[in-house]
Design a protein around this ligand. Structure first.
Ligand code: AVJ
Length: 325
């Protein structure tokens, strides 16, 4: 009941495949300096992220989980039997709420998790097979782009592409448009897109969620430098950088930085890269955009994805949208 395909682009390898770390070189050579958020997620970073999801200040995961618990039955009834394709499936914790709902409604599901990390994909798929004796799992280890291009036609009446957890917030508006276009290209008329997004709210609440009192988010942010040290033979001194997260109200995004506490020089030997930092200079390690439910609906609609149903919590902190092509 388990099949995992490892996607590699043999015909047209991407720049990232041909030159691992070229994105790091580009980001650190720029002013202001940036790094791609995907470097958060080595094994330790994925563990820290799981801890973040359980923090009292980090309302996102808890709120989305509650929305899914309340409306998973409605989602299952609206789509019926389907292939459930999840982008960035990780540990598949929230997915279980959906799988339970389809099971209760006696709708058949083939679960297609897509994740860049083959290890977490394999282990969470094995666990799901144990817990759901009728479930078929067809996973893809690779990037969203490749997986979306290579998705086979559905064996079941329809497909649902799920992108929950507000990962969309990591994309700037232009990248967001490109991404939605990739979704519509991958779907056939009548098929669904299930999206979870964090919503705009007060600055103190947002800044608390990204500056938790236990310092887990700070550790998560700094771990990116440890990851780069290991991957690219670097000498970032983690004691000489500090975590900064501020809400940019006009752009409606949390901006997470690594700030150099003094002037210093860092080397990444495997990339043949030397980087100079001024005292107080920052690296932008992540944007986390906070959306407006109506604006997002209009954006999806303008790309041909019609919102079928929109759910939120009592405080309007988080939104879940089911759209149809
Ligand atoms: C996984 C991108 C949704 O933006 O809230 C958590 C990552 N960064 N704390 C987010 C994150 C800092 C998270 N996303």
């Amino acid at each position: 009941r388990l099949r995992i395909e490892h996607l590699i682009s043999s015909t047209q390898p991407s720049e990232a495949e041909l030159h691992p770390g070229s994105d790091v070189v580009r980001g650190l050579s720029q002013t202001p300096k940036t790094l791609p958020p995907r470097y958060f997620y080595d094994d330790r970073g994925s563990q820290l992220f799981e801890q973040i999801c359980n923090l009292p200040e980090y309302y996102l995961t808890r709120t989305e989980t509650n929305i899914l618990q309340q409306y998973a039955g409605a989602i299952a009834d609206l789509t019926g039997s389907c292939e459930l394709i999840e982008l960035g499936s990780g540990s598949s914790t929230k997915t279980r709420i959906l799988l339970d709902a389809y099971q209760n409604a006696e709708h058949e599901v083939i679960y297609c998790p897509i994740d860049i990390s083959a290890g977490i994909l394999e282990s969470s798929a094995q666990q799901l097979l144990l817990d759901y004796p009728d479930l078929r799992v067809h996973g893809f280890a690779g990037t969203y782009e490749l997986a979306l291009e290579k998705l086979p036609d559905s064996e079941l009446p329809t497909r649902v592409i799920g992108f929950i957890g507000s990962t969309l917030g990591n994309l700037n508006p232009q990248a967001c448009e490109t991404f939605i276009q990739q979704i519509t290209n991958a779907l056939k008329p009548g098929e669904y897109f299930l999206l979870g997004i964090d919503l705009h709210k007060s600055t103190p609440q947002l800044e608390a969620a990204y500056n938790d009192s236990q310092g887990i988010t700070a550790a998560f942010n700094l771990n990116m430098l440890r990851h780069l040290n290991r991957r690219f033979a670097g000498d970032f001194d983690l004691t000489q950088f500090e975590h900064v997260a501020i809400y940019n109200e006009s752009q409606r995004q949390i901006e997470m930085h690594l700030r150099s506490v003094r002037s210093q020089v860092v080397h990444l030997k495997a990339l043949d890269l030397t980087v100079e930092f001024a005292a107080g200079e920052t690296i932008l390690s992540e944007i986390s955009r906070k959306f407006d439910l109506e604006q997002t609906q209009h954006l999806l609609e303008s790309k041909g994805l019609t919102p079928v149903e929109v759910w939120t919590d009592q405080h309007h902190w988080f939104g879940v949208l089911l759209c149809q092509l």
